[in-house]
Design a protein around this ligand. Structure first.
Ligand code: SF4
Ligand code: SF4
Length: 320
């Protein structure tokens, strides 16, 4: 076995030891023409809704090698977040990814541990770790690194594991042995498109964020439009329906990372408790959690929307 191959294997073994479910490598450089055009069309249609930051740093988004001087390789990793315990179905729901500690911190800690491991073996290695914090097309690079394929629901799907994974990347100045991208295994399936309650998935791979409950209940700072509020059901933070509908997620296994375990307070909270949530309780329950992204006002807005929609339904004023 040559040295490059051996070091690459050691990095993958260390990634597994750190708790990553998958790890792969690709040469750093420009994204391919097809995906570049797809991205440009998505931006032209303004499908990013209010996420204006998506229009910035396009040069880096199209070529993440610009993020690190002398970049040669991208390492993509996946961290499982499929819950080991769920909120009771009768209570208000949160997107699964938000159950535990903020994934940005968990992922970055593990990525820097992996970078340290690489630097011990390849002493001239320098690089940076990313997790949803830089203009880097994470799902595209996970595909290029051979982790899985991008499903019609726009999620990265790992064969025989599903899509409930956080993605993270190291961009480093060292060459490695590279993986081969996988073919899509969505086939004729369209279950995710059918399951999307707001038709945010307007065609395969085409997500209009302005209609997506994940965007509308988390990033969005405005009122939630009526058409979306009526479809929230009992979800007060995010939406997992296009993942829950995906047959590949029947292979999901409970996450083993203790930091992603939900707090008892989150699991035991009742609808009544959420309605009366004070800002101090919010700060305590969601300390170090990704739910802080929506802010207290956003979460209370979502709760109000769900309540109003339920009342309208009860009064026969809703089409549902
Ligand atoms: S997260 Fe929900 S609203 Fe958004 S695309 Fe998926 S199913 Fe549709
Ligand atoms: S639900 Fe079907 S079409 Fe959608 S991502 Fe999963 S396999 Fe692909």
């Amino acid at each position: 076995m040559n040295l490059l191959k051996e070091i690459t294997l050691q990095i993958k073994e260390e990634a597994s030891r750190l708790g990553f479910a998958a790890c792969g490598m690709a040469p750093a450089g420009e994204i391919d023409g097809e995906n570049c055009r797809f991205m440009q069309q998505w931006l032209e249609r303004k499908d990013y809704a209010g996420m204006e930051y998506m229009t910035g740093n396009l040069d880096k988004r199209m070529n993440p090698a610009l993020l690190v001087e002398g970049a040669k390789s991208i390492i993509s990793v996946a961290l499982n977040y499929y819950p080991a315990q769920f909120i009771k179905p009768s209570e208000y729901q949160f997107a699964w990814y938000a159950y535990g500690e903020d994934y940005h911190t968990v992922m970055k800690d593990k990525l820097y541990a992996l970078l340290q491991f690489i630097a011990q073996r390849l002493p001239d290695t320098e690089g940076r770790a990313f997790c949803d914090t830089a203009p880097l097309l994470e799902r595209y690079w996970a595909w290029r690194c051979g982790l899985g394929w991008i499903g019609k629901n726009t999620q990265l799907i790992i064969p025989h594991a599903g899509s409930t994974f956080f993605l993270g990347e190291l961009v480093i100045n060292t060459e490695l042995e590279y993986d081969t991208p996988q073919q899509s295994r969505c086939g004729n399936c369209t279950r995710c498109l059918e399951a999307c309650p707001t038709h945010a998935l307007q065609a395969p791979f085409r997500l209009n964020a302005a209609r997506c409950l994940s965007y509308l209940t988390i990033e969005n700072r405005q009122d939630i439009p009526d058409f979306a509020a009526e479809k929230m059901g009992n979800c007060i933070y995010g939406c997992d329906r296009c993942q829950q509908a995906c047959p590949w997620n029947r292979f999901a296994t409970p996450c083993q990372e203790p930091r992603l375990t939900p707090k008892h307070e989150l699991l035991s909270m009742t609808r009544e408790g959420w309605k009366q949530l004070s800002i101090d309780e919010y700060r305590r329950i969601f300390k170090g959690s990704a739910v802080k992204r929506a802010k207290y006002e956003g979460l209370m807005r979502n709760i109000q929307c769900v309540q109003t929609a339920a009342q309208k339904k009860k009064d026969g004023l809703s089409p549902e």
